[in-house]
Design a protein around this ligand. Sequence first.
Ligand code: SF4
Length: 231
Amino acid sequence: MNDTPRGAILQRDKTSYAIVPRTPAGIISPEHLENIIKVVRRYDIPVIKMTSGQRMVLVGIKGEDVEKIWNELGMTVGQATAPCLHYVQACPGTVTCRYGKQDSLGLGIEVEDIYQEMNLPAKLKIGVSGCPRCCGESYLRDVGIVGDAKGWNVIFGGNSGGRPRIGDVVAKNLTKEEAIDLTRRLLEYYQKNARSGERTARFVERVGFDAIRRDVLAFAPYIPLDSTQPK
Ligand code: SF4
C-alpha cells in the first residue's frame, strides 16, 4: 500500500517529504506567498528551494503535516513524479520584456491550465518563450513554444536531462489558438503511441520525427497537408 501523503516526495532521509505547489508559468500571488511563509514558519520547514522549472519546493516536511499544509496553502498540488504535465515555464514576453514579440506569460498560464490534468506516458515539461532569444528554454522541453514577429513556433521532443536532445520544429507562424491546438494534437499522439515511461525525446528517437509530424499534421487543417518542412 502506498502511504505517501498526497503530492509529497520522500526525501533521501527516508522520513521527511517535499511538496511543490503549482505556480503556473512561475507566477505567484501575494496571498499565496504569504500562505507559504505562514506554513514554513508554523511547521518549521527548513528549506524553500527555487527550481529551474520556476517552482518553489518546500523541503523537510513531516508526513503527518503534509495534508494540513496543503489545506492551509490553498494552492493546487504540483506533481513531481507522476506521469503528467509537471510545469510550464515561461519568460515575461510582451508583459514586461523589451524584446518580447508575443505574450509568452499569458500563453504559458493558459497552456498549464488546459493540460495540467492530462494523463501522459511520462512526465512532461513545456517551455514558452516570447521571442527567438528563447529564455523559456523551449528547445529543451518536451513541448516548446516560441514567439516571433510572425506568430508562434511549436517544437517537440526536447530534453535537458542526462541524455539531452534539442527539440524539432513542428510548425511555424501559428496563431495562439493554432499553437494551443497543435500542442493538444501532439500530446494526444504522444499519449496514444508512446510506451509507458517514455519521455518525448526518446519517443521521437524511436518513432522518428518525420513520421510523428506527418501523422499529427494530417489532422491539423491550418497547416498544409503536403508541407514537408515547417512553413
Ligand atoms: S525570450 Fe525574449 S521575450 Fe522572453 S525574456 Fe528572453 S528576451 Fe525577453
